[in-house]
Write a protein that binds this ligand. Structure first.
Ligand code: 13P
Ligand code: SF4
Length: 310
């Protein structure tokens, strides 16, 4: 099928099946362009919760589909490619995490949304990069807290709040690999540019940034700022929306440390294509399922997040 035929087919199928297409900002541009909703991980979860569609197609990675299913168990939740995982979620094994939590019974457990449902089932409150600081700030200063799985986001929140949360030693393979040397060179070449960085990046990248924030916060800053140039240290899919919203501004992605690799693109996010989106709507597969016991435990920390991020 041609691209035009695929787009026509997707439009017809979503109408016929009362389906809504949710896409993360790290999706291929053509998927963002056809989606009903484009957003960061918090926005997609909020949409999944309030949508009255029969089918949700989550164009993102597996944990995003799982979060949608946990919040809307009565809906059919489809993903274009079941192999679209997340290295950060993979860096936190549920059994090992359960043992870690059991070894610290006096701690409250905060987990980033980039985790499996099984890890969320051992969590007291879920956070996203948009609301992590706001939620952590609601605990007393001397509260004993565990933060999982991202050591960079956890370390960043510790540094801005003066806390000493216990950190799980996980990371995202995309955000860990930005080159400090190339960022320094870009700053020299574009002295007026603002540097935008996602808190999943390493501390030395965050130290060099003008703004540290979630995907949504970086986009909002770029739209509102008077600056004309931006150097962006996060997954490069967000540049699609930045360029769409600010066609007269210049956005420069920070390259990864390995010149042979396009690894400022998340290979999992890029597994989703228009063809797979069409196929999954047509076949109503692959479908996300969550074990009912795990779902019952995992929904509580997600709903608590929704409450605490109001
Ligand atoms: P956001 O919470 O900013 O959408 O980030 C999700 C993610 O996967 C970052 O790599
Ligand atoms: Fe996971 Fe990193 Fe990809 Fe985000 S960019 S989905 S954290 S692997």
């Amino acid at each position: 099928m041609t691209k035009e035929e695929l787009i026509e087919g997707i439009n017809r199928l979503r109408r016929e099946k009362r389906a809504v297409i949710l896409a993360h900002y790290y999706q291929r541009g053509e998927i963002q362009d056809i989606a009903d909703v484009v957003g960061d991980s918090l926005a997609l979860a909020q949409w999944a919760q309030k949508s009255d569609a029969d089918i949700l197609v989550v164009c993102g990675v597996h944990f995003m589909g799982e979060t949608a299913k946990i919040l809307s168990p009565e809906k059919k939740v489809l993903v274009p490619d079941m192999e679209a995982g997340c290295s950060l979620a993979d860096s936190c094994d549920a059994e090992k995490f359960a043992a870690f939590v059991a070894a610290h019974p006096d701690h409250t457990v905060i987990s980033y949304v980039n985790t499996t449902a099984a890890v969320k089932a051992h969590t007291d409150v879920v956070v996203t990069s948009t609301n992590a600081r706001k939620i952590v700030d609601q605990f007393p200063k001397d509260a004993k807290l565990i933060f999982s799985p991202d050591r960079n986001l956890g370390g960043y929140i510790n540094s801005v709040t003066g806390r000493e949360m216990l950190l799980w030693d996980g990371a995202c393979h995309v955000h860990e690999r930005f080159s400090m040397e190339k960022l320094a060179q870009l700053k020299q070449e574009h002295p007026q540019a603002k540097v935008l960085a996602h808190p999943e990046c390493r501390q030395y990248i965050l130290n060099a940034a003008d703004v540290v924030g979630s995907t949504q916060a970086l986009l909002d800053f770029a739209v509102k700022s008077d600056a004309e140039e931006f150097i962006v240290a996060t997954e490069s899919g967000i540049l699609h929306e930045m360029r769409k919203r600010c066609p007269h501004k210049t956005f420069i992605p920070v390259p990864p440390d390995d010149p042979a690799c396009a690894c400022n693109e998340c290979n999992y996010m890029r597994l989703n294509t228009l063809q797979k989106l069409y196929d999954c709507l047509d076949r109503e597969s692959p479908e996300i399922t969550v074990d009912p016991d795990i779902r019952e435990r995992a929904v509580k920390p997600i709903l608590r997040m929704m409450e605490m991020s109001r």
